[in-house]
Design a protein around this ligand. Structure first.
Ligand code: ZN
Length: 66
């Protein structure tokens, strides 16, 4: 399975939510400050992703706390 990484263009860093105001299935794209991109599809997944993204910190890399 050779899935190439998708180069996201046209989406600024942050959250892009689509479809929440329609009957359509909502989709959210989250481009983290670390460059990690996540996409959630479906109302539940979107809500969960929004909650994590609104936490304001990057969850993709663990900071050394010691
Ligand atoms: Zn991140």
């Amino acid at each position: 399975m050779t899935e190439q990484p998708t180069l996201v263009t046209g989406i600024p860093a942050g959250l892009t939510v689509r479809g929440l105001d329609r009957e359509d299935t909502p989709v959210v794209d989250w481009l983290c400050s670390c460059g990690h991109h996540e996409r959630a599809t479906g109302r539940t997944a979107v809500q969960q992703l929004l909650a994590r993204a609104h936490a304001g910190h990057c969850p993709h890399r663990r900071e050394v706390t010691s």
